[in-house]
Design a protein around this ligand. Structure first.
Ligand SMILES: [Zn+2]
Length: 302
């Protein structure tokens, strides 16, 4: 039975798939990956789950979706609701109306069914969009569920470098659609906007129920960072898991429904991706620094 929702908010390419895999090492936590993608493209296109089955053949998601859809949900209509709510950086209560209520009820039902099928009380949703978090936080409060948030931040220069590389479609390897190369300035602007939304989410949650962490600290000091997360999400056992991961214990995705390619890689040891530091063009780097300077300082980047 679902007792707690942990939501990872932030911008893309920030390491949320890795964080999801690390937190899933806790026996009570099911790391579902980016659940907001289910109706948008994973289910309609029958994309690959991290278990290497297509999602409609996955022993978990086929059962979860059968139950959820039997409750009268139309995936295309739910995706339209998502479009209205998720990009918006305002709490569902303020948005009000049937749309927000419907969105929150349907989403919460999906989370409950997923936790029940897994037999785990803590559901980790790494969808990242702050609007989804705000709507879910309100719905969880009404339903008496414990809602916690992790705002995951990564150096915008690393994010811009990652997004400057195109990727060919390779569904089996976890690349579900062709990814275009994005200019550094565009990534810098979007990084600022989405992180501003995540900051708004952080301000609305009680300090004891939310935490901001940096990708760089997570990979350099996994034991300490997971201990801090453990306090914020009230799962103190995470400190032990973090220490084991720091000592090389492998992490793996089980049924992450969407996320970065590493979810398909099988058990792996934690490793940092800091390639941008010696590969990023100085001009692109300077452009990102100019656009994001204030927020970079705020998050403690040089
Ligand atoms: Zn699966």
């Amino acid at each position: 039975m679902l007792k707690k929702i942990i939501y990872v908010a932030g911008y893309g390419r920030s390491g949320s798939t890795l964080l999801d895999m690390m937190l899933s090492s806790h026996p009570d936590v099911f790391g579902a990956g980016e659940m907001s993608t289910i109706c948008r493209h994973v289910w309609p296109n029958d994309e690959f789950c991290a278990c290497h089955n297509r999602v409609r053949a996955c022993p978990l998601w086929s059962g979860v979706m059968a139950e959820w859809l039997a409750g009268g949900i139309d995936p295309a209509a739910h995706a339209r609701l998502q479009q209205k709510i998720e990009p918006v950086v305002a709490p569902a209560r303020i948005l009000g109306g049937t749309t927000a209520r419907q969105y929150a009820q349907q989403t919460l039902a999906l989370l409950r069914i997923t936790a029940a099928h897994r037999g785990q009380p803590v559901l980790l949703d790494s969808s990242k969009a702050p609007g989804r978090a705000l709507a879910l936080a309100a719905a969880a409060a009404d339903a008496g569920l414990d809602f916690r948030a992790i705002h995951l931040v990564r150096d915008p220069r690393a994010v811009a470098w990652s997004m400057s590389k195109p990727m060919k479609i390779d569904t089996e390897a976890g690349v579900q659609k062709r990814i275009r190369a994005h200019p550094a300035w565009r990534t810098a602007l979007r990084w600022s906007y989405v992180n501003a939304g995540a900051d708004a989410l952080m301000r609305r949650l009680p300090e004891t129920r939310a935490i901001r962490i940096r990708y760089e600290d997570l990979v350099a000091h996994p034991a300490e960072t997971l201990a801090l997360i453990g306090l914020a999400v009230d799962l103190p056992e995470l400190a032990k898991r973090g220490a084991a991961i720091a000592e090389g214990q492998p992490i793996a995705a089980e049924h992450q429904v969407a996320g970065s390619r590493i979810r398909m890689s099988g058990p792996m040891a934690l490793k940092a991706d800091l390639h941008w530091q010696d590969r990023m063009a100085p001009a692109a780097r300077a452009q990102v620094e100019r656009i994001t300077a204030g927020r970079m300082r705020r998050y403690g980047y040089e």
